[in-house]
Design a protein around this ligand. Structure first.
Ligand SMILES: Nc1nc2c(ncn2[C@@H]2O[C@H](COP(=O)(O)O[C@H]3[C@@H](O)[C@H](n4cnc5c(=O)[nH]c(N)nc54)O[C@@H]3COP(=O)(O)O)[C@@H](O)[C@H]2O)c(=O)[nH]1
Length: 733
């Protein structure tokens, strides 16, 4: 029989064994669970490490944050963690957004907690983290007690994003047009400046090939060159025409670089375009302005010098000659002043055209300025060829130039010729020689050409010396006036004198007015000298008036420059006023050519002189090209027949026919007619018999010093002249 105690013992033992077994199982399972947990923990740790995320757990009430710190995986299985107050961790500026987000989440406005903020890193620096979390514990009423989640360091991403945004903003706001093309030269990105430059919308460009903007102005070799550079990843820069959507073409400065695309495999061509159309145009305009004369479109002095230099270098190499023609339009200034400056411009343009047509395009025709032109003739086989060209030019100018539809003007050239290497070796000297020759052509009577020779230089140098001396002559008192009496024929009496200028230079001796007045006109001194002459002549007359010669008049020669000076009427009025002689006793003599060339322009001024009461004479009448129609419109009082028509009287048939005609014509216009250069009694008789009003010339008296002139006039008696009775007026031979 089994004792209950015996029964108990095995039962207890079973129980104990069972308990032990259970304990072992439990312990075993617990160990298994712990192992499984450790495993999961490691996996979580691995996952967090792999994603770069950090685990955190936040206690809403204590506002403490428990962090699982980021250790290297596979090492210590004890995860390091710490607990910090949120305020100690989060950047003060980001506390508010963090709290706001928390509140929204706690209020249920957001189904997860997500925010980006700066937290203090392990190294003590702020770093941007993206924080995400959800509630992991709630109380019975559903209130969130804890939130757990992960935090990811996004500093680098944010920096990259910031840089991308800056780059995009810069690209958008860049003045330069930027286009990015893929490896096959298709547009993949363009900026607004590019769209503005090309006139296309973005959708019309993206995906299209670069040839969309191709221009025929670009050489196909240029495209090949650009593409080759791009493919070889060599930077390319240069000029490229782009054809806009509207068909217009834009010249651009292109900078092309090839870079790796974001995937690191593909190539992207980044093109930066600058619109240089205007800059180029400005450059071209500047180059044009620097080298061409804008009025005639001919090369200017600068370009001429360049071409002439090159021609000389070539001629030197080939042992050949270069001819240089320097051409000046005769009396252009007078024509210009007469017809007005815009007409003058038209004449210059027409002259330029005629020159170019005459010499042909193979020779350089340039405008040096004013009415001066040059022609460069290269490969001169014979120096005489320059004269042939000069002759052709003079012939070409025989036909008048068209001023406009209705008017035309005849203008002749004077041409100076110089030849390399015969006359000079360098362009400047060659030009000087041609200029000297041109002056000689002018002096020889204009409308002609003259080839330079060495003697001419002496004359040119002398002219320069005289010009310099003349500038000092007034101040040094080297100028004086002489006076030539003028006599009325019926009844005979001395009516007045013509004041004539004389220059006695201590260095150069007596210089004739015909030599120095053109120089004074050239260098502008005539204005000062002319005013001096006017004042001196009036003062002398006033002195003679005080000696009883109170009905005598004085004539003063007026040069074209004085006439054209706007204030000459004022000068005359002031002198008359200062000196105090009656205006009608002053006569201004203007040469016929001056007056005719300036008829239109100066008519108003002549009327102003007449309004002052001053008399006006046409000097050297018959030598110019006056028309009666013009004469009639001018308020002239006197006509002075040029000595050239008096010289042949009374025997020369032409002079004998012309002078009475001029007398009759003058009278028909109501003018007083004076014959100049009367040297003989026979001339005087002829003129007196034909009704000429007055004479002047050596037969009465040569020009006299002031004192002698006064004595001459005072002592003059009509009987001494043995004057004839007036013959009937003859108007034709
Ligand atoms: N603008 C100015 N021009 C002036 C002035 N003074 C003179 N001149 C001009 O110079 C030119 C030459 O003048 P000049 O050498 O004085 O000769 C004058 C007379 O001496 C000369 N003359 C007069 N009578 C005779 C003569 O019988 N025979 C002869 N062989 N010569 C004679 O003629 C000149 C006068 O010419 P004109 O003026 O045309 O009446 C001359 O063109 C002067 O005008 C000045 O101050 N300003």
């Amino acid at each position: 029989m089994i004792e209950p105690s015996q029964l108990l013992v095995p039962g207890a033992a079973v129980l104990i064994a069972l308990a032990l077994a259970l304990t072992v199982v439990w312990l075993y399972r617990r160990r298994g669970i712990a192992d499984a947990l450790d495993d999961r923990h490691d996996r979580l740790k691995l996952a967090l490490w792999a994603t770069g995320e950090r685990y955190w757990d936040y206690d809403v009430e204590s506002r403490q944050l428990r962090r699982l710190l980021d250790d290297a995986p596979g090492g210590d299985r004890q995860m390091r963690e710490d607990t910090v107050a949120v305020e100690a961790l989060v950047h003060p500026d980001d506390m508010a957004p963090a709290r706001d987000m928390l509140q929204r989440y706690l209020d249920g406005a957001s189904n997860r907690y997500e925010v980006q903020l700066r937290v203090l890193g392990d190294d003590g620096r702020w770093m941007w983290v993206r924080v995400r979390g959800r509630a992991v514990a709630r109380d019975a009423s559903g209130q969130v007690l804890r939130i757990a989640g992960t935090a990811l360091d996004v500093s680098a991403t944010r920096e990259a994003e910031r840089e991308r945004r800056i780059a995009a903003t810069v690209l958008r706001s860049m003045a330069e047009a930027v286009a990015v093309l893929d490896a096959d030269f298709h547009y993949v990105s363009v900026n607004p400046a590019f769209l503005r430059m090309t006139g296309y919308a973005e959708r019309e460009i993206l995906g299209r090939t670069a040839s969309l903007l191709g221009s025929a102005q670009n050489d196909s070799a240029l495209y090949r060159q650009i593409r080759n550079h791009a493919r070889q990843q060599i930077q390319w820069s240069g000029e490229l025409w782009l054809r806009r959507k509207d068909g217009d073409e834009t010249l651009t400065a292109l900078e092309l670089r090839t870079v790796r695309g974001p995937d690191d495999h593909s190539m992207l061509h980044v093109c930066v375009f600058n619109d240089i159309t205007r800059q180029k145009r400005t450059e071209q305009e500047l180059r044009y302005l620097a080298n061409f004369d804008t009025l005639t479109d001919l090369p200017n002095r600068a370009l001429l010098s360049e071409r002439l230099s090159r021609a000389i270098v070539r001629a030197h190499r080939q042992d050949s000659r270069v001819g240089l023609l320097l051409l000046d339009l005769d009396r252009f200034k007078e024509v210009n002043d007469s017809f007005g400056h815009s007409a003058g411009d038209r004449i210059l343009r027409a002259a330029a055209l005629r020159l170019q047509r005459t010499v042909g395009n193979q020779h350089t025709v340039a405008r040096l300025g004013g009415d001066e032109f040059t022609i460069v003739i290269e490969d001169l086989a014979d120096p005489l060829d320059t004269e042939r060209v000069a002759r052709e030019i003079i012939n070409a100018f025989q036909a008048p130039l068209l001023l406009d539809d209705r008017r035309e003007v005849s203008i002749s050239p004077s041409i100076g010729i110089a030849i390399y290497p015969d006359h000079a070796q360098v362009p400047t000297e060659l030009l000087k020689r041609a200029d000297t020759a041109m002056y000689q052509a002018k002096a020889a009577g204009r409308c002609t050409f003259i080839r330079y020779d060495d003697h001419m230089d002496v004359a040119a140098r002398q002219r320069a010396v005289v010009s310099g001396a003349l500038r000092r002559a007034l101040d040094r008192g080297e100028l004086r006036l002489v006076f030539q009496p003028r006599m009325a024929l019926s009844p005979p009496r001395i009516t007045g004198v013509e004041a004539l200028l004389r220059w006695s230079s201590p260095e150069h001796g007596d210089i004739a007015p015909s030599d120095f007045i053109p120089i004074a006109e050239e260098n502008g001194m005539i204005l000062e000298i002319g005013e001096w002459v006017l004042r001196e002549a009036c003062m002398m007359l006033q002195r003679w008036r005080q000696h009883g010669l109170d009905d005598m008049a004085v004539s003063v020669n007026v040069s074209v420059l004085q006439l054209l000076r706007g204030d000459f009427t004022d000068v005359v009025a002031r002198v008359l006023d200062d000196v105090g002689i009656p205006a009608h006793l002053l006569e201004l003599e203007l040469t016929e050519s001056v007056l005719m060339a300036n008829a239109e322009q100066s008519a108003a001024q002549l009327h102003a002189f007449r309004a002052l009461g001053v008399s006006l004479a046409i000097d050297d009448f018959g030598t110019g090209y006056s028309s009666l129609a013009y004469l009639k419109r001018l308020p002239i009082t006197t006509l002075k027949i040029d000595k050239a028509f008096v010289d042949g009287l009374p025997h020369d048939a032409e002079d004998s026919a012309i002078t009475p005609t001029i007398v009759a014509m003058g009278h028909s216009l109501g003018l007083r007619v004076v014959a100049e250069g009367v040297e003989t009694r026979a001339q005087m008789r002829f003129l007196a018999e034909r009704g000429c009003d007055e004479i002047q010339g050596f037969w009465i008296s040569p020009p006299l010093e002031a004192a002698q002139c006064l004595a001459f006039v005072r002592n003059w008696r009509p009987a001494s002249m043995q004057l004839p009775h007036r013959a009937p007026l003859v108007t034709s031979p």
